[in-house]
Design a protein around this ligand. Structure first.
Ligand SMILES: [Zn+2]
Length: 137
């Protein structure tokens, strides 16, 4: 780390110029923390603003963009589907008849979404697996 001290020049974000510019250190909070600075461009005196904090937003969005999903797991699919559905879940019993898009609550597998109707069975997406369940009996 560079040692800062009053009278030295430092790059700080200037609120008046709206740019990171060369500033002269006026005061120090402690040996490593800059207190007040004076803008070399507009001569305004203000607290030191690290110009790096201004670009943090850009950095984090780049990270998100590069973090691409290679494959969708059952868990991801379930989370996505559960976020889309708005209806109330129905307790699963073999006697109940379900349709595609219905949310059911299974006592062993937890909440699930009916994905398909296969013959007389329903294909249900649960958090960790896709199951074929009998219904409408
Ligand atoms: Zn300025």
């Amino acid at each position: 780390m560079t040692a800062y001290s009053a009278g030295k020049e430092v790059l700080s974000y200037c609120g008046k110029c709206k740019l990171p510019l060369g500033h002269t250190i006026v005061s120090m909070k402690d040996t490593h923390t800059i207190g007040k600075v004076k803008c070399n461009t507009c001569q305004a005196m203000h607290m030191y603003k690290d110009p790096a904090t201004k670009s943090k937003k850009v950095k984090s969005s780049t990270t998100t963009r590069t973090r691409k999903k290679k494959s969708i797991s059952v868990n991801d699919l379930w989370t996505e589907e559960m976020g889309k559905v708005t209806g109330k879940s129905v307790k699963y019993t073999i006697r109940e008849t379900f349709e595609v898009g219905d949310i059911l609550d299974h006592k062993s597998f937890g909440p699930g979404i009916v994905q398909n109707l296969v013959d007389d069975k329903i294909e249900v997406l649960f958090q960790h697996e896709i199951k074929l369940l009998v219904h409408g009996k």
